[in-house]
Design a protein around this ligand. Structure first.
Ligand code: GLU
Length: 498
């Protein structure tokens, strides 16, 4: 399929910095990286932070740090620069505004003055009529000169793309062949919001073009957006890149749902803290849909790059399963082949740095009588998943049912998910306020959280303990505790609670 010179290959990942560094980002990054390196092309990192309310610099930094941990390096990006910068969309607003204006001038897009109130009303009507929501195109009929005059007079508006009415769009996907998408599923997409900032669709297409991206290799969930993107390329008169949509990672459950934090840890930090080696993580992600051949499951990044090909014959699209057991098995192969010294070094760097031990000192000082009591005192700070069924620790306060305790801890972990600065000063007010919100006393809530996080009834001060256990370990154990409580709840006959 490729008539392109290898050096013309330019691929990118375009993460939105809105939370934890996600395993899905690493997966897509790995495939783009291998594709670029194999072809001798460029791998670009672009930050899509146009959603100002959800994006954060902390999240961006965490993404960059995690990709570096994995050893995936990029040739152009916000930190390393490059000829097509800036590589952070929030710094490119003027570029998007110019491009949106160009489309209005050409009659490919139009100004829409519909107010939020009108759109709400439309949404209500469509809901009552059991129709999917879509903008009805009222402002498409405005005379361009009138619309320009209203805009010049300062009337708030957005800019929308004229999508074809009816018919279908055919996406030539490099992995899937022709994917036919009916046009009536896409309404006239907003390109520029009333605050002058772009939506994902406009910024993504403009940047892929200006950054000379040759292949868009991204997750399957973007397929429904692609007709809008193809329409944008056409409206600008640009040649679209080639599209290859990778399969979504799935949970290891019977309905093979899309990987989610409720089922599996999705933060790369979790895997780092659990002691998964970066090379094992990459190897595991490489197996998600791609196969090395020769029945080989263990291979290095270099070996992968050397034979990487992305096509329907090398990829299976049937939903690769993100199976933690398989990851642990693969990791064990990597650990086994380390010599004793190398294994000791990995252990030191993972959990026995001086800094870590200093952080643990205040927690044991009051209770330790001999140094040999240290490990038993802090065992839960180093271990992984807790098996609540066999530990027998009470997760549920006396006056609450397991279902209530499950709800309470689930709500707590949702709140904690959003908390990046993990310290007693942030944890305590958050959990106290949360307890009040759900009508639990501090004592009840802290007892449940302590039992979930440590597997013990008593521990040193809870918030200090949560800090040394680490954000990832705490969140994982809270979710496991929720799952355990739900199991207890389903085994308890209705009304048969405590
Ligand atoms: N910002 C999108 C994301 O977060 C990028 C999707 C794409 O690669 O086009 O995944």
């Amino acid at each position: 399929m490729d008539t392109m010179k290898p050096s013309d290959v330019r691929v990118r990942i375009a993460p939105s910095p809105t939370g934890d560094p996600h395993v899905g980002t690493a997966y897509v990054a790995l495939f783009n990286y291998a594709f670029a390196r194999r072809a001798g092309g460029a791998f670009i990192l672009r930050i899509e932070d146009t959603d100002q309310t959800r994006s954060s610099r902390e999240s961006e930094e965490a993404i960059l740090r995690s990709l570096r941990w994995l050893g995936l390096s990029w040739d152009e990006g916000p930190d390393v620069g490059g000829p097509h910068g800036p590589y952070r969309q929030s710094e490119r607003a003027a570029i998007y505004r110019e491009h949106a204006a160009l489309l209005v001038e050409r009659g490919e897009a139009y100004r829409c003055f519909c107010t939020p109130a009108r759109l709400d009303e439309l949404r209500t009507q469509q809901r009552l009529a059991k129709k999917d929501f879509g903008y009805d195109g009222r402002c498409r009929a405005l005379a361009p000169a009138d619309a320009a005059a209203r805009a010049a007079a300062g009337e708030p508006h957005v800019i929308r793309l004229k999508m074809p009415r009816g018919g279908e769009t055919v996406l030539h996907d490099g992995l899937r062949g022709n994917v036919v998408l009916p046009n009536d599923q896409s309404d006239d997409q907003v390109l520029l919001k009333s605050d002058g900032l772009p939506t994902y669709h406009l910024a993504n297409v403009v940047d892929d073009h200006l950054m000379q991206v040759s292949h868009v290799i991204r997750a399957e969930e973007w397929i429904p957006s692609t007709p809008k993107h193809l329409r944008l390329y056409e409206a600008f008169g640009w040649q679209p890149p080639r599209f290859l949509h990778l399969p979504l990672l799935r949970n290891n459950d019977s309905n093979k749902s899309k990987i989610s934090k409720r089922r599996n840890p999705v933060s790369l930090d979790y895997y780092r803290d659990a002691g998964i080696l970066p090379e094992a993580m990459l190897n595991f992600l490489a197996l998600m849909g791609w196969s090395f051949g020769e029945d080989r499951e263990k291979f290095t990044l270099e070996e992968m790059v050397a034979r990487f090909e992305l096509s329907s014959s090398t990829m299976s699209l049937s939903g690769p399963v993100f199976d933690l057991e398989k990851l642990a098995w693969l990791n064990s192969l990597y650990l086994k082949e380390l010599d004793d010294g190398a294994l000791a070094d990995r252990l030191l760097a993972w959990g026995f740095t001086r800094e870590r031990l200093v952080a643990l000192a205040p927690l044991v000082r009051e209770r330790i009588r001999k140094l040999d009591e240290f490990i038993p005192l802090v065992e839960y700070v180093f271990s992984g998943d807790l098996d609540f069924a066999s530990l027998g620790v009470e997760l549920c306060p006396k006056k609450r049912t397991p279902a209530e305790a499950a709800d309470a801890l689930e709500g707590a972990v949702e709140e904690l998910d959003a908390l990046r600065a993990w310290s007693p000063a942030t944890l305590e007010p958050l959990l106290r306020a949360y307890g009040e919100k759900i009508g639990w006393s501090g004592k009840e809530l802290f007892m449940s959280v302590r039992a979930a996080v440590t597997g013990r009834k008593a521990s040193p001060p809870l918030f200090d303990t949560m800090v040394v256990c680490g954000r990832e370990r705490c969140r994982r154990r809270l979710r496991l505790a929720v799952a355990h409580l739900r199991k207890l709840a389903s085994a308890t006959p209705p009304g048969g609670g405590k």
